[in-house]
Design a protein around this ligand. Sequence first.
Ligand code: ADP
Ligand code: ZN
Length: 732
Amino acid sequence: MTTTPAYFDEGELVGVLTTQPLDRVLDYKAPEGGCFVGAFVEVPLGPRKVMGVIWGPGRGDWDINKVRSVMRVLDVVPMREEMQDFLQRVSEYTITPMSQMLRLATRSPGLGDPPSMRKVYRLGDKLPDRETDARKRVLATLRDYGGLAFTLGELAEMAGVSTSVVKGLVKLGAVHEEESPRDTPYPRLDPTLPSVELAEDQAAAAENLRAKVRAKEYATVLLKGVTGSGKTEVYLEAVAECLAQGRQALVLLPEIALTAEFLTRVEARFGARPAEWHSGVTMTERRRAWRMVGEGGAQLVVGARSALYLPFQDLGLVVVDEEHDTSYKQEDGVLYNARDMAVLRASISGGQVVLASATPSLESWANVEAGKYEKLELTSRFGVAELPKLSAIDMRDENLPATRWISEQLRRKIETRLEAGEQSLIFLNRRGYAPVTVCRACGHQVGCDQCDARMVEHRFLKRLMCHQCGETKPMPVKCPSCEAEDRLAPVGPGVERISEETAALFPDTRIAVLSSDLFGSARALKAQIEAIANGEADIIIGTQLVAKGHNFPLLTLVGVIDADLGLQGSDLRAAERTFQLMRQVSGRAGRAERQGEAVLQTFQPEHPVIRAILSGDEEAFWTSEAAERRHAGVPPYGRLAGIVLSSPDVQEVFDIGGILARNDEPLRRIGAQVYGPAPAPIARIRGRHRVRLLVKAAKTAPLQGALAQWVGQVKLPNNLRLSIDIDPQTFY
Ligand code: ADP
Ligand code: ZN
């Protein structure tokens, strides 16, 4: 689909989109030597120089004498028409200014810098007269990799020698040292290397996907299969086909902690590591990834949601692993759902989408029902591993004291596992020690000064923490309200408290707590996960961090402390989330040869969601959940937009909210309704009062245009922020 981009001669009027918050594309004159549409440029704006992209011809509605010239064209591959189109459509869908979209698409440091140089090493033309073992290894490494250049550190490491050996070979002329640009291509991935031998259903799914990738047309497949059924093995075959076609592939993962394991699998399958793109990647590597994706020096990117905005040359495949995961929804800045935008991106580039999950979102389930997506299902766990047995523990019969949460039944099951040398996981989706700290003298609950939220005790850090704004303070000795001393008491459990209870119940066991706040770095977390996988813990206590894709072969028992937790609250997706999370967590048990078991502690075993989880009848759950949503006219059968107004001034947010609610003509014209203004579920965050309105519309209503018109009627005071969230995932 390569067409020659439009070209502008020197002095011709061009429209430049900049990353500055202006509501239009600005006119400039094309620079000396002219420029292509899509070129990244530097332009003068007032007294400053800013970055921009030649977006198209100029509008010519500006005094021609005042139009300035583009200063220079940056040494970067021009933005493709496809990317312009994508940014435009995401902007329209999410009601985000284009300047902000451009910022998302240029999140690479030093874009305008000339390529920096560094020393690299290649095979020289002379042979050393004396060949030591170390020298032989260096030369063999260079020969093995053909013409590839290495940095000194890389070469020494790969050959298993000290850097002085390489330096010595340089002196002899056997290795050639040269200056080379820093942003080098990634090593080639070899799609022809053999895969594992696929089981029958895996092979059928893989062949189906390969055929789709070969067709080079847009389509979306939902790849459904329980954890351990081999979804990853199957979609790696689609990646292989895509690479064989010479197109690029992108794999999105919901969690950085999962990338390490995945990179190792890619390396095992294709013989080299792909490009990485997420917040844990160094600036140098980010810059290299951005450039190489644009220049074709990266065949496969593994990354977080913002990888969708990388300048792919020819994107043939996007995999969204754990597609139901809520972290795909970007919750600040540009509010978009990476799963949905992946589908849009691929539909523009003529690529295949694979949405993989054991517990698909209701959105994807409905798209399959509607015939928009095809479903491929892997029905069994790979090898001998069987699905865990599921059962409930009725907590009403357990009579536990108020400071204990592990039932006698669960305790006995854990004990049996300990005796058998197997691992147990105790799951509670709550970080910290206790969610509430209450004064036993006056009943006061310690809250955050900046937010409408209670402070959570983190005993490990010896502090109270607000989970909304991250503010912490030392554990007070006196009650902040009545000043009584030593009367503050923790109420309810977090994982830290459960680990205390566990240690008391099982004194001589090795206990590991997996909670995102307990690890300083992704590396530390990864080390802990590996240690657990190697059997270095008997009991694991974890938050939802453990629900995601890690492999613990010795784990045979999962005990869920509070299966009712997610069912409270008014969230539209509460049932769906609980269903998914419980199934994911229980899927952790029994991944290797051993049969697993999962038990849910619940006070309401008769609740339809709990019953659906236990019965394992997924289709029944989805069908009834879909019927309820259809009846209520909410997503995926209707459309919702959440509008949050926030300001330090509480009166102001209600006033503006009221004005919006009364002037709903643009919404009524499309048959949409407004609810609110009402205080948002969290009515104050970081000192800003929050009010929300909800807009509900029919699925086919042109919602975005109406919303833009509606909010455009009101002049907003300076310190008031308005955010529009299309398809909100969370309701806080
Ligand atoms: P999922 O992505 O569905 O959780 P994986 O692809 O990670 O499943 O597979 C689970 C485990 O089983 C992995 O260790 C994987 O390497 C292994 N596995 C799956 N299919 C096969 C196969 N056909 N041959 C060998 N190992 C397999
Ligand atoms: Zn706070």
